[in-house]
Design a protein around this ligand. Structure first.
Ligand SMILES: *[C@@H]1O[C@H](CO)[C@@H](O)[C@H](O)[C@H]1NC(C)=O
Ligand SMILES: *[C@@H]1O[C@H](CO)[C@@H](O)[C@H](O)[C@H]1NC(C)=O
Ligand SMILES: [Cu+2]
Length: 203
């Protein structure tokens, strides 16, 4: 376009500047056509958007994420140890001073939340003090919640691995440095992890 403009609209070829006329047809085409494309993208995503909000399937496992100002508590509510407490653990950020070699700065926790792959999970999110948002972008999850309420979202992790997220409501002391780390393992490894945790908590 630049070359064409320089070629056609220089002083030699066009001594008297012309008033540029509108290309009505091209303008209509280049306005309507992209909006039609957007429409075709939007319509299927409405269905996705609404089905994300509803928990459509029977969840196999329920995990409760309780947000505190500088750490998180996870409760695997389906199991209890012998003292009839459900499987609960805290997830604290590894401080800036002592990450191990290879660990990311302020993006590691001491206890990751372990989930099985290819399983319908129900996440119940609730805060203890300040508003929170349990967000794991790679799972397409962002679940906001204010104190005194709880919110619900469902995920199904397809591949094993470690998924990083952070709270999307940055409020309070050290709140920005409270990562969410989801470790997805196979169902068998998950069962092993659960029984180990239950033994640990019982002792
Ligand atoms: C879990 O709690 C239920 C009811 O509170 C109890 O019947 C059951 O024995 C507990 N499970 C274990 C492993 O202790
Ligand atoms: C639950 O989370 C969704 C998504 O973040 C949000 O739109 C909705 O307002 C939340 N509901 C409550 C009760 O906090
Ligand atoms: Cu938060």
């Amino acid at each position: 376009m630049l070359v064409r403009a320089l070629w056609h609209f220089n002083e030699k070829t066009n001594p008297i500047p012309q008033r540029i006329v509108h290309g009505t047809t091209i303008e209509i085409i280049r306005t309507i056509f992209p909006s039609v494309i957007l429409l075709f993208i939007a319509i299927p995503s409405f269905a996705l958007l609404y089905s994300m909000d509803g928990v459509l399937v029977d969840p196999t496992i329920t995990i409760k994420a309780i947000g505190h100002q500088w750490y998180r508590t996870y409760e695997h509510s389906d199991y209890n140890s012998s003292n009839e407490q459900s499987l609960t653990f805290d997830s604290y950020t590894i401080p800036e001073d002592d990450p191990e070699l290879g660990q990311s700065r302020l993006l590691e926790v001491d206890n990751r939340v372990v989930v099985p792959t290819k399983t319908h999970l129900r996440m119940i999110v609730t805060p203890a003090d300040v508003p929170h948002s349990w967000a794991v972008p790679s799972s397409g999850v962002k679940c906001d919640v204010v104190p005194g309420r709880s919110n619900l979202t469902s995920i199904s992790v397809q591949r094993e691995g470690v998924y990083y997220g952070q709270c999307s409501e940055i409020r309070g002391t050290n709140h920005a440095f409270t990562p969410i780390i989801v470790e997805a393992v196979t169902l068998k490894d998950y069962a092993d992890w659960v029984s180990n945790q239950l033994i640990l908590q019982t002792n």
